[in-house]
Write a protein that binds this ligand. Sequence first.
Ligand SMILES: Nc1ncnc2c1ncn2[C@@H]1O[C@H](COP(=O)(O)OP(=O)(O)OP(=O)(O)O)[C@@H](O)[C@H]1O
Ligand SMILES: [Mg+2]
Length: 484
Amino acid sequence: MGISPHLVIMVDCLTHLIPMHIGIDFGTSYSAAGAIVNGELTLVRFGNAEQFRTAVFFPELVPDPNDFELTPDLEAQLEAQLRLARTQQRQEAAAASARGQIAVARSDDELKREALRVVRRQWMEDQTREAVASVASFQHALFGEEAVEGYLDSGGGNLIESPKSMFGYRLDPQVRKVIVHIATHILEHIRLTASRQFGTPVRGAVIGRPVEFRSSMGAKGSEQAIDILREAAAIAGFDEVSFLEEPAAAAMHYHKSLDTRQPALIVDIGGGTTDVTFAQLGGDEHPHIVRNWGLPKGGTDLDVALSLHSFMPLLGKDTIRVPQHQFVEAASVHNLPKQREFRKQNYRLIPEPFGSRLRALQELGATTRLNQLAERTKITLSTEAHYQAELDFIESNLAADTGREDFDAAIESFLQQLERTLGTVRSDLTQLPDSVFLTGGTSRSPQIRERVKQSFPEMPLVLGDPSLGVVSGLAVAASEMDGA
Ligand SMILES: Nc1ncnc2c1ncn2[C@@H]1O[C@H](COP(=O)(O)OP(=O)(O)OP(=O)(O)O)[C@@H](O)[C@H]1O
Ligand SMILES: [Mg+2]
């Protein structure tokens, strides 16, 4: 296949231009990018939007060790492996007896187990190689809302939503590889879109990072997350990358709007994490970040909580004898192992109508749909008193009517955690801020604003742009790398 002449010309033009740096907000739910062009903040446009849902769809499947099954082919491999092991054992025994020694013989069962392990490992490696090769075939990947639609339409393949929430989890080497590839795709998508829009090759980036990534390994999780992003950015063509805490980036934006120097608290409540920064801002000096705090929880946790509170009872939660954790697994769409656990359950003997409903929820794409409805319900309830979510894909005419009081009850545990975090911030501070600047998509919810206000009642609450504050600050930081 030849290279398009247009592409050659474009690449040739780009290589003669000065490479530039962009700011990237790699968000749990939404990602955005921007740069300062001729002194003006310019956001990268993804189609018609200034951000895109952090989701990728690959038509092929990412391997799951639990899918290992002995096909006739693998049976043959197992037999061959076992024959080899038996021959080796006989040879070792013969060699030992020639030396007048007795070799320790392993039982046939042990040999079989060992052979199975070898075949299984080989299978997993082959699967991963295929998955990585398909992930590398860029032209098949879809991003953002298109990714979610592609997944729901195709009835197969693999949708990865919010990969950032997995960066800090214990990952075996194969899965880590796949996650790096996913992050690479997203970063490459951003880099190419930005290069096209700015008409110059984008080679460097300041990438936002939460104070604390969602993690199953404490601080190590954040280190791993940064390594993953660094590795992915390098493969995606970024030669120079640095990281800036997301609330510090949001502070940069607020800083520009303050004429006089003042201590300020920045609270960024996003999709996956809640980040807090205390900083000296405003005036002619640079912003000075004094201290950061993080709570690894955000809007996606509210969706899960709402789903458990308002939707899952329609599927039997609190009524039938299915352990609660299975409903949690079904609601946790961003946690692939939990989703697999849920799909594996057998609900054939569950009384009706719950058995059929649970089985419908096990169909491909159904948990994603349910989660989308939970998010839509949450967003609608930030301005309306009620929302009726249609659950036709579970059962015709099934609907969940959710009121604001349900939302209040569902998110109470998150609100308490938020309150505790802000309480810690308050007691850690030696000087109170002059203002509290609130940003992040979840800060659109009036209940959340209320709770932040209650923690700092004596200070004005300044509402920033909930979606674009972080990327704007990152763009400013990136322009400083350009020496602009
Ligand atoms: N009106 C609303 N009420 C409540 N939540 C909302 C509203 N609008 C959007 N959200 C939520 O905001 C979250 C996304 O916020 P944001 O874009 O700041 O997150 P992110 O940057 O992707 O995540 P993070 O910074 O945690 O990595 C989503 O969970 C979304 O559902
Ligand atoms: Mg964010």
